[in-house]
Write a protein of this length. Structure first.
Length: 126
């Protein structure tokens, strides 16, 4: 998996393009920190979008999943300091890692599921 850091001045453009290209893809999201350990925050929800608000008082990244009344989740990462993009060798499997200034990491993986395949039919990762 190739990893590259996304410069801060490119976050808004990067997240806008990523959101357009990956809308509806299935997301797994983990939050990792020394105080909280590794916690799964979402699994199997479709991506609605990711945005960066970098104004002085609103320094944050929002990850919106679900978009349905029965499944809706917004994760706000306040004071982000680094964004990493991990591009998999497999088509349709990518990840983003956002690290905040308190060293909590939000790891966000997206997986493309073709419209005629259900998630149960996909091979499980080992």
């Amino acid at each position: 998996m190739a990893t590259k850091e996304i410069p801060r001045d490119q976050w808004i453009k990067f997240f806008n393009e990523f959101s357009k290209q990956h809308e509806g893809w299935i997301v797994t999201m983990d939050v990792i920190g020394s105080d909280i350990g590794d916690q799964e925050e979402a699994a199997g929800l479709p991506l609605v979008g990711i945005s960066a608000d970098l104004k002085d008082k609103a320094n944050r990244i929002e990850i919106i999943l679900g978009g349905r009344p029965d499944a809706d989740l917004t994760r706000i990462v306040n004071n982000p300091k680094q964004v990493w993009f991990k591009d998999s060798e497999e088509v349709g499997d990518e990840a983003i890692e956002v690290e905040s200034d308190d060293d909590v990491k939000t790891l966000f993986s997206v997986r493309h599921i073709p419209p005629n395949v259900t998630e149960r039919q996909l091979p499980r990762e080992s």
